[in-house]
Design a protein around this ligand. Structure first.
Ligand code: FCB
Length: 449
């Protein structure tokens, strides 16, 4: 599919792809890896739509060299992956599992050989099961265990990782993992899940200090954001939308950027101790922004346990996940972050942006995905427009390099630039891969590789 050339991005803008450990690695029991909450959850009947799990996933643990070659062919300058805590520390604490760290060292060195910056996320939801058994993120101790784990990964890789991301989407881990129970560990605590927010943030702050003590690489967190659109004009709808906005977009970012927790949510904050908010507000080098779609919100039905109801937004094209395709939402979000946090806002990198479609190889074995090309084109233009509005955005990572195991959706949602045949592991670049290769080459003012 032909698109008009993208506007110019600055030299040095980071072009990346993003993945996470449990979604691609497989090798769930190889080389001493311990179980995570996602192993437990996925192996519990009824939790994942197609009954699948991440035991094999994309087998990236064994095929990482092929995947690095795919990234090199794409011309990306960075790769955001996650380190599986249970691969490094099978019981979550105590003795290191050397083959686990060796794997990430091979990966990091392989990336550097291709001139690709390793960007490492330390927690992308795969908490070691023994840490969960001790209370997980409801237990304050987990914050300390996380910082110890961050420290030992940095001790090994701190001289080569170019950007650390402490947590991936603490809001989603709290809300789906501990609020509604749709994700691991499957707790349905609704608003009583607040300690999970606080302890993740505390773990983030402690990990920032540990990383800074070990190495000079910049540190970030990757938050999920969604511009909130009230559905309905009734004051109750507007109030519900404002409440959801505070929950989704500000609960984590306000304390990270020194503003404390939004008070209007009425959380019981008794787990917050003196000094915690200072730890959490440690300066960030980069704010990671994961953006997929805006959210429609209206007042709840009477008797609802929640003070809002999430509703589909009309008038947008939709992905296979039924998410609205709204690049304008990304510009709106970036402008809002810039306005709200002003000089406290660090430079932003879009650490995830992408879409799922039902991509299938055609008779010639090609995988045309024009909808993904349109998606990426629109979202890159939105980033550029926000930059022209004055927002400091220094990178964009596509979710995802590969079709992978999409949590509770199992293998039913394909987000990759590269198609994966889950029966054989065979990788086939889609047409969006070729499109992005050209776009990156043009932006880097180099011929495509
Ligand atoms: C994000 C997650 C990522 C992936 C995408 C589609 O919320 O961080 O792992 O599942 O959604």
């Amino acid at each position: 599919m032909q698109t008009a050339p993208l506007p110019d991005f600055p030299a040095g803008f980071r072009w990346g792809v993003s993945t996470s450990a449990y979604q691609i690695e497989g090798a769930a029991r190889a080389d001493g890896r311990g179980p995570s909450i996602w192993d437990t959850f996925a192996h519990s009947p009824g939790r994942v739509v197609d009954g699948s799990n991440g035991d094999v996933a994309c087998d990236h643990y064994h095929r990482y060299a092929e995947d690095i070659a795919l990234m090199a062919g794409l011309g990306v300058t960075a790769y955001r992956f996650s380190v599986a805590w249970p691969r490094v520390l099978p019981t979550g604490t105590g003795a290191v599992n050397p083959p686990g760290l060796d794997f990430y060292e091979r990966l990091v060195d392989g990336l550097l050989e291709q001139g690709i910056d390793p960007v490492a996320t330390l927690f992308h939801w795969d908490l070691p099961q023994p840490v969960q058994d001790a209370g997980g993120w409801l237990n304050r101790d987990t914050a300390h265990r996380f910082a110890e784990y961050a420290d030992l990964v940095a001790a090994r890789l701190g001289d080569r990782v170019k950007l650390w991301i402490t947590l991936n989407e603490p809001f989603i881990h709290m809300s789906l993992g501990h609020g509604t129970g749709e994700h691991a560990p499957g707790a349905a605590l609704l608003f009583d899940a607040f300690p999970v927010a606080h302890h993740q943030l505390l773990g983030h702050g402690l990990a920032v200090a540990a990383l800074r003590a070990r190495c000079g690489a910049p540190v970030a967190i990757a938050n999920n954001y969604s511009p909130v659109r009230p559905v309905g004009t009734d004051p109750a709808d507007l109030a519900a939308a404002a409440g959801y906005e505070a929950l989704h977009n500000r609960l984590f970012t306000d304390p990270l950027l020194g503003r404390g927790y939004p008070t209007e949510l009425g959380f019981d904050e008794s787990v917050v101790r003196d000094g915690d908010l200072d730890v959490i507000a440690a300066p960030l080098d980069v704010l990671g922004v994961n953006y997929y779609n805006p959210t429609g919100v209206r007042a709840p039905e009477e008797g609802s346990p929640l003070p809002f109801e999430l509703v589909p937004l009309d008038g947008y094209p939709r992905t296979a996940f039924d998410w609205p395709v709204a690049p304008d939402g990304l510009r709106e979000l970036l402008d809002w972050l810039h306005r709200r946090y002003g000089p406290d806002l660090p430079p932003i990198q879009i650490t995830e942006s992408g879409c799922a479609y039902d991509d299938t190889p055609d008779a010639e074995g090609r995988v045309p995905d024009p909808d993904r090309i349109a998606y990426l084109d629109g979202h890159l233009r939105a980033v550029h427009a926000a930059m022209a509005d004055g927002v400091d955005v220094t990178g964009y990572f596509v979710w995802s390099l590969l079709d992978n195991w999409e949590w509770a959706e199992g293998f039913t949602k394909r987000f990759g630039l590269v198609h994966v045949d889950f029966a054989t592991g065979a990788r086939t670049p889609k047409s969006s891969y070729s499109w992005l290769r050209e776009a990156i080459a043009a932006a880097r003012r180099e011929p495509p590789r």
